[in-house]
Design a binder for this molecule. Structure first.
Ligand SMILES: O=C(O)CCC(=O)C(=O)O
Length: 273
C-alpha cells in the first residue's frame, strides 16, 4: 500500500489566482499546533513585558528594542517571521526575492478593542514602487464578533492609493481613514480564521476591522514582506513618521533579507541592526 502523501503547504494555482484577482487569500495550510502554542505563550510574555504599551497595535515585536513605542520585543518574533512555509507562500505571490520590513501584533483585547479604520496599507508606508504582501497569522480565533479582518475584494486592482483623511481618535487603532466615497462597505468580506490559520493580503487592498465587542481576545501577528525590486526609502519614511505623530520608526527600521537578493540595490540592511 502506498503511504498517504503529505499535503503540500504551497498555494495551489487557484489560491494564487485568488490572491491576484481578489487581493487576498486564506491558504489551506495552517500552523502546526505546537508552533501556535509557542507563539501564544510568547504573546503572553510580550504582553507582560509591555504592560504600558497599547495592546491594539504593538509595532515590531521582532526587534528587541522595538522603536518609538519603546516596545520590548524578542528574537522569537523574528523566528515567527521566518516560518519556511509562510515564506514559500509569500514567494509564490511576490516573487523569490523579498525582505521583511515590519511586524505588528494587533491584540484586540476583549470588550475594549478599538476599530481599525478602512484603509489601504500603502498610505502609511515609505516603499517605492509600493509593494508588500502581509501575512496575518491568527493567534486566536478571529470572528465577526471579536473583530476579524474585513476586506473589500478586488479593491487592490489598478494599484491606486485612494483618498484618506487623518483622524486622531482614541477609538481608532490607525489614524488614516479611507474617505467614505472611496469604497462600498456592502462589498466587504469577513476573514474568519481559526487560531493557526493565516491570510495574505496585498498592499493596495482596502481593509479594516470592527471593535472587539465580545468576551474573547482577537490577537493577530502580521508580517510585512516586500519584493526587493522596491526600495524602502528611509528619507521619505522620516517624513511619514512625522506626519503620523512618530508612532512608528521608519527611518531607523532594520530590514531583513528573507529570500534571494536585493534586486534594486538600494535597500540598506545595516541601519537598525
Ligand atoms: O488586525 C487588524 O484588525 C488590522 C490589520 C491590518 O490593518 C493589517 O494587517 O494591515
Amino acid at each position: 500500500m502506498n503511504a498517504p502523501s503529505r499535503q503540500s503547504h504551497l498555494l495551489s494555482p487557484e489560491e494564487i489566482e485568488h490572491y491576484h484577482e481578489r487581493g487576498y487569500v486564506v491558504p489551506r495550510w495552517r500552523l502546526p499546533a505546537e508552533l501556535l502554542q509557542r507563539m501564544r505563550d510568547d504573546l503572553d510574555a510580550l504582553l507582560t513585558a509591555n504592560a504600558g504599551v497599547s495592546r491594539d497595535s504593538m509595532f515590531c515585536p521582532h526587534i528587541v528594542k522595538g522603536g518609538t513605542q519603546g516596545l520590548q520585543g524578542s528574537n522569537a518574533w523574528l523566528d515567527y517571521a521566518r516560518i519556511p512555509e509562510v515564506l514559500d507562500m509569500v514567494g509564490q505571490v511576490i516573487g523569490p526575492d523579498f525582505l521583511l520590513w515590519g511586524t505588528t501584533v494587533f491584540g484586540k483585547p476583549a470588550g475594549t478593542g478599538k476599530r481599525v479604520p478602512w484603509h489601504q496599507d500603502g498610505e502609511y508606508w515609505p516603499i517605492r514602487p509600493l509593494a508588500t504582501c502581509s501575512a496575518w497569522i491568527a493567534l486566536d480565533d478571529a470572528t465577526p464578533e471579536n473583530g476579524c479582518l474585513r476586506v473589500i475584494p478586488g479593491s487592490h486592482k489598478g494599484n491606486r492609493l485612494r483618498a484618506h483623511t487623518q483622524k486622531d481618535s482614541p477609538d481608532l487603532v490607525l489614524n488614516q481613514e479611507l474617505n467614505a466615497d472611496e469604497y462600498d462597505e456592502a462589498e466587504a468580506v469577513d476573514i474568519v480564521l481559526e487560531a493557526g490559520q493565516l491570510s495574505l493580503h496585498d498592499v493596495y487592498l482596502v481593509h479594516g476591522s470592527e471593535p472587539n465587542r465580545s468576551t474573547k481576545r482577537r490577537a493577530g501577528y502580521v508580517c510585512r514582506y516586500m519584493p526587493t525590486s522596491s526600495h524602502f526609502d528611509r528619507e521619505y519614511g522620516a517624513q511619514l513618521q512625522q506626519r503620523g505623530g512618530n508612532q512608528v520608526d521608519f527611518a531607523g527600521r532594520a530590514l531583513w533579507l528573507m529570500r534571494g537578493r536585493d534586486l534594486c540595490g538600494k535597500n540598506d540592511f545595516t541601519v537598525g541592526h
